[in-house]
Design a protein around this ligand. Structure first.
Ligand code: MG
Length: 203
């Protein structure tokens, strides 16, 4: 299975990193070995001094497909979740400045937090889902899928032009503003609406 991640999908986060607004979605992958096992703490890797949390809405693919039209995209996923795209920002900045791929900064072991899943039928409107992240009890990130530059069905249309989507693949749909460095002993809790979806302790 693969983890397909969308970068720069929220205007406010593009602004906070002083990135250019993309004309097409920015796509990268994380390997399956980056998935943080459930209930495990997240260990800050020794190659980074600036790991950031990025809370993101997740979509789980339920049907094989390629060249999926956005009109039919909803038939290809059945669950919505919440996760963290942990990013070694210092390493990413070095790689970006050299025009190199980001994988080391995004795909290291433990860099993908995947929380609980909810059936998509539970949502009245998937383009109106609010979510947030608290760090040690303080809300640090808050987003709503209505603010995505590319909505879920558009992401599926775009991504499936390049990559066959397989059952169990997971799409990370991008992060809103509020990313910040994590430190040992931080406790991160992600919410969809008021419902806690994961808790991660940082070591
Ligand atoms: Mg991200």
């Amino acid at each position: 299975m693969k983890l397909i991640c969308i970068g720069r999908n929220y205007t406010d986060h593009i602004a906070e990193l002083a990135n250019e607004r993309p004309t097409d979605p920015v796509i990268f992958m994380k390997p399956d070995t980056s998935i943080l096992p459930a209930k495990h703490p997240f260990f800050i890797p020794d190659f980074s001094d600036d790991v950031h949390h990025e809370v993101e809405i997740l979509v789980k693919i339920s049907k094989v497909g390629k060249h999926i039209d956005k009109k039919f995209a909803h038939k290809y996923y059945d669950q919505i979740g919440l996760g963290i795209d942990f990013t070694a920002r210092d390493l990413q900045a070095q790689l970006k400045s050299k025009g190199l791929p980001w994988e080391k900064a995004k795909g290291f072991d433990g860099a993908a937090v995947i929380g609980d899943w909810l059936p998509k039928e539970q949502f009245e409107n998937l383009n109106e889902v609010s979510f947030s992240l608290t760090k040690n009890g303080n809300k640090v990130q808050e987003g709503n899928t209505s603010l995505m530059l590319w909505k879920i069905d558009e992401i599926i249309e775009y991504v499936s032009k390049y990559f066959t989507l397989k059952i169990g693949d997971i799409i990370f749909t991008g992060t809103p503003a509020g990313v910040s460095k994590v430190e040992a002993n931080d406790e991160l809790i992600g919410y969809i609406g008021n419902q806690p979806m994961f808790t991660v302790t940082v070591k």
